[in-house]
Design a protein around this ligand. Sequence first.
Ligand code: BG6
Length: 509
Amino acid sequence: MNIAENQLLVIFGASGDLTKRKLIPALFELFRQHLLPPGFAILGIGRTPFTTDVFRDSMKAVLTELMKPEEYPDNDMNPFLKLLHYLSVETSQGEAYIKVKDRVSELEATCKTDGNCLFYLATPPDLSEIIARNLSLQGLNHHLTGWRRIIVEKPFGFNLETARHLNQQLLECFTEEQIYRIDHYLGKESVQNVMVTRFSNGIFEPLWNRNYVHHVEITSAESLGVENRGGYYEKSGALRDMIQNHLLQLVSLAAMEPPTRIHSNAIRNETLKVLQSIRPVNTKNLNSLVIRGQYTASTVKGVKYISYREEKGVSPESRTETYVALKLYIDNWRWGGVPFYIRTGKRLPTRVTELVVHFKPTPHHLFCFDEGRFNSDNQLVIRIQPDEGILLKFGMKVPGAGFNVRDVNMNFHYADLKGEKLPEAYQRLLLDCMQGDSTLFTRGDAIDQSWRIVDPILAAWENNPGFPMYGYPAGTWGPQQADSLIDDPAMTWRYPCKNLADDGIYCEL
Ligand code: BG6
């Protein structure tokens, strides 16, 4: 593992939600594990008129709320809090960056950060271009002896055109090697394990193709609604919010060819090829490939849930999708003809993300199943969250007379690894970027390709408001019409439970 060099981390949007909920807790954890370099400081930049002391106090309150007091006594936290500094400026205004430059120079000298500086844009997307441009105008995008890097948060663009524009603007200020486009799904241990499961075991890879795989299913379900993010979500919707980034990343990892070595560009070249091979959706086949939905009010076990249209910041006539299911084809030799079914939604019965490889049945059915079926439904379930793990389903003889067969599960749960705590995605990604490893960050060409896939769908919805938007009661698995996407009449979507071992049990909110 590379050692993180001395450096200054500058967080734009330091008084915002992401900094509080994810970045500061992840940095504190890195601090506790002694993974931060000796010359290190964090400069928070935001519009809120904090002083450094007030910023430290407010981050202390955040950490205290998140951590168990017995695990993190006060004296543990104080040395970390001393690394924090704050500068209040109006980040949309060019003059502000003179102050930014002065403060960066001052901290570089006092904190001995060797001229290395990482800028984290935890800001609304419309500020990314402005911040990058102003950093560059002040010469903060390069240094004679140190390095400069910039992390850009999602959403990366609003459609293909705006993503390309943003990419071009960033590349005028920073080189591709300096730009780290973050997708927190890639920071999840269980997502990285998709590649390890496939390429470190001789038993899976020979079956991992159109000869043996019937279809692949990816589900990312959330039980929460849009909470207090109605304003953002109205402009985004599930396709932009989850599919364009997180779920297409999962498709890429599940479908990629083995990289020549474990190196950032070798891996990213292979995942890019998958995105390039995904068959475009067009207006003619849209109806048979994409279903969208929006949650309606319902009562589950006596608890009332409001509809999406009643949420704060949402229009009462909103046509924004909170659910999408799609069928994709990857036109290459490995996957020709194998459907990839993908779905995501808010206010579904439970929170679960999983990738399931469904294998083809045996060519000749010898045995009879308890449930009247004649073949085992072999599935490899890679559980991304919660209860991270892997489950393999196969048929087993029911003890006793005859040859009756029943499906059983073979499970691995990360929770069973004693003493191994799964790190938070932001912890891993921050550390990787601090160490200059871009493997788990998205390259500009992959962002372009993923927008190429979703853009025609967005355009078709926009140009054809009559395209059906199906309602589904909060707490259910989405519109029934999504069943029609599945080609094989004998197959349905899986109904994953939040507990991997109780797989297949229908969960409710
Ligand atoms: C974010 C989306 O990128 O991912 C959210 O904006 C979504 O709407 C979240 O809830 C899901 O992330 P996770 O890690 O909870 O699956």
